[in-house]
Design a binder for this molecule. Structure first.
Ligand SMILES: N[C@@H](CCC(=O)N[C@@H](CS)C(=O)NCC(=O)O)C(=O)O
Length: 227
């Protein structure tokens, strides 16, 4: 049995217009950085999530049942949600430059790191923020944990940032010795933290160096834009 070549799923023509429903926040900004790295242009629909615009729009609720951003909409109306899934999709329609691995082994490496960062760091960090400083914004719109649990989750994610710092060591990138989705996920959640008054925990000098060199990439400019 011959398997299709990775990257063969090219449903998109150059002329097609992709629409990204986007907002402030690490998830849409991850996709936007990925798009810049891939040199893919999209039409952007911006929601003010602080004002809850994304949740007040009945049409958007049909496009993304979670009510959150980002959502990618294709010319034919196909909807793709979940930030890392959107990145995977973009990699398939435009394999170069490669950001998720060229071989099954490389892809396993990138996906394992992206998932570890997402699950072990980004999820507790986000839940800690939503149940802590972000409670006034999030409590009316979704389930949030108690203030005590939020503090524990924030402390847990800090410990895991310190763990990631050790894994990074003196390397420039988290895996494959080049820029991958894993670096973009880490960078976006660190920057999200900076936007809400968080700082890298003590003992993360490697991550501080990582942030400084990632900041030099044109795609990092997304984090300096007013929205
Ligand atoms: N698992 C989702 C998370 C999406 C998410 O939490 N998006 C945030 C912005 S970073 C959002 O829309 N927050 C406002 C809200 O949920 O109303 C993904 O990876 O795309």
């Amino acid at each position: 049995m011959s398997l299709p070549e990775y990257g063969e799923c090219k449903r998109i023509k150059e002329s097609d217009v992709l629409k990204l429903y986007s907002s402030l926040g690490p998830n849409p900004r991850l996709v936007r950085m990925f798009l810049v790295e891939k040199d893919i242009e999209v039409e952007r629909v911006h929601f003010d999530i602080v004002a809850g615009e994304n949740r007040a729009d009945a049409e958007y609720a049909q496009k993304n049942v979670m009510g959150s951003t980002p959502t990618l909409e294709l010319d034919d109306g196909t909807l793709i949600t979940e930030s890392t899934v959107i990145c995977e999709y973009l990699e398939e329609i435009k394999p170069d430059p490669n950001l998720i691995g060229n071989t099954p082994d490389e892809r396993a490496d990138v996906r394992r790191w992206a998932r570890r960062i997402d699950q072990e760091i980004a999820v507790p960090m986000t839940m800690g923020f939503r149940g802590g400083a972000g409670r006034p914004m999030f409590e009316p719109r979704m389930n949030v944990v108690s203030t005590e649990a939020a503090a524990e989750l924030s402390a847990m994610s800090d410990k895991h940032w310190i763990w990631l710092d050790g894994q990074l060591g003196d390397k420039d990138y988290i895996c494959l010795d080049r820029l991958t989705l894993a670096d973009l996920v880490a960078f976006c959640f660190i920057n999200f933290g900076f936007t809400v008054g968080w700082s890298l925990p003590d003992g993360t000098d490697n991550l501080a160096r990582f942030v400084a060199h990632m900041d030099e990439r044109p795609s990092a400019g997304i984090w300096r834009q007013e929205e």
